[in-house]
Design a protein around this ligand. Sequence first.
Ligand code: NAD
Length: 480
Amino acid sequence: MTDIQKMYIGGEWVDSISGESLEVRNPATGEVVGRAAFGDHRDALRAIDAAHAAFPEWSRLLARERSRYLYRLYELVYQHRNELAELVSAEMGKPIREAKGEVVGSADYFLWYAEEAKRVYGETIPSSFPNKRILVHRQPVGVVAAITPWNFPVNMVARKIAPALAAGCTVVLKPAEATPLSAIRLFELIHEAGFPPGVANLVIGQPDKVGEAFLKSPKVAKIAFTGSTRVGKLLMAGAAEHVKRVSLELGGHAPTLVFADADLDLAVKGVFESKFRNTGQMCICTNRLYVERSVAEPFVERLVARVKKAKVGDGRNPDVEVGPVINERGLEKVLNHIEDARSKGAAVVCGGNRLTEGDYAKGYFVEPTVLTGVERGMRVLEEETFGPVLPVAVFDTEDEAIRLANDSPYGLAAYVYTRDLGRAVRVAEALEFGIVGVNDGAPVQTQAPFGGFKESGLGREGGHHAMDEFLEIKHISLAW
Ligand code: NAD
């Protein structure tokens, strides 16, 4: 039997208190990739205590010293990028090229925040009294409980813990049940980088019980969550009891608008990437494509030709562009969305089915799918599909395109393709979304703010903006 990999609490590798463990399987093949300890609230409380005990010393370190730990971690993650990428691909199925991109991007968060650690500046503000001075300091909030999803098993962790540690916070991380192994490997590197015990802790366990421990413990100052809007709302409500700080990176339902004046080749490339990367399992994935009527037919034709060329398979095969979806539940949701649209009158222009022949039979594979004639009332236009399905509708005017795009409770990412500069500015400004890609299907970089409007979340990750999520502002009034 595979060894059980442990959690990391107070600088030590530990089993769960219950002795339970969890099996991790490759969604492409069903093979067991590994086993991880699987705990509950008791393990979480242990980790919170360790993080709480480590906080005073870590927060008082010179920023330059915290920065050095993060540099070391950057070097280690970068050195081990191939091995980490293979693990990511094996436990969640994404194509190996994408997994490498994910890990290199994760290393970059440690590098970026090693630098930001040194730039937590304060302010002085002119006072209304001759004998007073106003000083503004920014101080770490305290213990951060971070909860991450499975779709970017290393990147989502790095994007949270790098700024938190840089700001002087200590951290307890709970990764998703589907992908604990890459988090464990990352924590081995954290250990190797020599972070003091208790500064970064890893708990794998029952989500509701671990979540409850995070919410109930007054020692946790901040919840940093990425995942579904449903769970985000639960955490936000639970955080109210102690008025904990929350940052929430939640679901999305990104519209893409293609205007007739767009560079259609660029738009095909961008839409393909933003829809099918990570098998459509990204919060910023295009979930609705609106094309100006006059170019809809030729555009969809070109897009479908590109989609048909995409090779589907086990992500560890370097030719594969589209991997499996994460699990049975994910597969059912995707197939339901297709069936629901089909039964309400949408046309399936390509794909539309589960792949079950040969090697596909062992995994959760769906044909990359394009649907036309979609309308409001179909699930694909209202819920996050989180899979390789692209619904297409048409529009006639710029105002209509903006109205259709904004007609959603979500507001994470949106995309616009046009060569008209004025239109690009007008539309980008009118879209109620936290991220707008103008002629850009991949609008994510370490130094840029990432986060949503409306029910897509609260707060920002990435860039210098993320530092504010882990800092409190203190006014020191000096008088004499
Ligand atoms: P999920 O909400 O089911 O799970 C996310 C994390 O929350 C996991 O670690 C899970 O174990 C944990 N969790 C579940 N129930 C909990 C509870 N009661 N208390 C505490 N923790 C709990 O989401 P998922 O299916 O893992 O991830 C997909 C979702 O994440 C999608 O909606 C996607 O849009 C979103 N996402 C958002 C971003 C972003 O930055 N906005 C990035 C990636 C994914």
